[in-house]
Design a protein around this ligand. Sequence first.
Ligand SMILES: NC(=O)c1ccc[n+]([C@@H]2O[C@H](COP(=O)([O-])OP(=O)(O)OC[C@H]3O[C@@H](n4cnc5c(N)ncnc54)[C@H](O)[C@@H]3O)[C@@H](O)[C@H]2O)c1
Length: 359
Amino acid sequence: MKNVAIVGCGNISEIYLKNLTETFQNVCVYAVCDLDEAKVQEKSEKYGAKIMTLEEILKDDAVDIVLNITTPAYHFAICKQGIEVKKSVYVEKPLSLTVAEGKELVELAEKNGVLLGCAPDTFMGAGIHTARKIIDDGLIGDMIGATAFMVCPGHESWHPAPEFYYQTGGGPLFDMGPYYITALINLLGAVKFVYGMANCVRKQRMITSQPQKGKMMDVEVATHVNGLLQFENGAVGNLMMSFDVYGSQLPRIEVYGTKGSVIVPDPNTFGGDVLLKQSFDKEFHTVPLINRYSANSRGLGVSDMAYCMENDSKENCASGTLALHVLEIMENILKSSKVKKELELTTTCVRPGISPIVL
Ligand SMILES: NC(=O)c1ccc[n+]([C@@H]2O[C@H](COP(=O)([O-])OP(=O)(O)OC[C@H]3O[C@@H](n4cnc5c(N)ncnc54)[C@H](O)[C@@H]3O)[C@@H](O)[C@H]2O)c1
């Protein structure tokens, strides 16, 4: 059993707390921490975890994993402090604001002999796992291409503090891109080159959620982003991530091979329908899911990290190396949109393994 200290008790913390206390048996929520006293108090009472400051967490030998689910601007600094005191760290996406910071974390974790993990872990769930098995079993032949779309009107209609989604580290690409790009890497492998085009038409947006309804916020990031991806295996892909679309009927992810196509479910979920059409089929048909995590299982990557620590494995699935490659793809799509050139990636990764805990 590994003790987890959660830093950040905001919107997403509830599902982590629920799953880490109820669903996954190899982890225990030892402590919770937040700058906001009311939030940390509520979670401590509800889940029976100690309230600790970050300094106390870093000094406490009983803490095995620091789970950093603060907003993106704090990801790097808190992860670095955790790794420096030789704790394994799992962080929400994106890994950091820049590739330089992400690299520093990956290298430091390796040097200090600890594990670094990063959301999303949705690709470990039943939906994308099933799609991957279809590809790995050769049912759609050799990879030709893939397409990924996430279009919505933005998060200011539901998140109580949506400002961070429009600051550096946010935007549709850095916020939602990790789900889609991680899924694509899991299905097709690493990416070699990217090209990007992006814009930000509205420089200010109104918050329509409570409690800040009516407040205007500045937009620092591109809100409509297109990317082209050249995979190392020769396949080509495109993605569109947007916070500027009020309605659409686009699919989420589709993968095309020489012998068929797979429609992959929403990579921001763990389950969903996986549809397959091989060259001889008239219609798509639904393929039964092959692992048991189809409900919202956020924290699966943390549980896998705990499993790796218990079994002396350095190969956690939602790894820092994978997240760093995802981060470089996103950073380079945005850079490419400015320099108007195709950019080659300096990072790579292997397709993540299948964790024994999902089987
Ligand atoms: N909200 C969602 O639905 C959702 C879904 C998936 C992933 N995420 C990711 O989870 C992360 C957090 O998102 P959120 O929606 O929970 O944000 P949030 O703003 O609701 O919560 C973040 C919390 O972190 C705390 N915090 C910030 N800096 C801190 C520090 N130095 N020490 C201790 N606490 C600190 C804040 O006080 C706040 O309570 C983001 O990276 C986001 O992309 C969010």
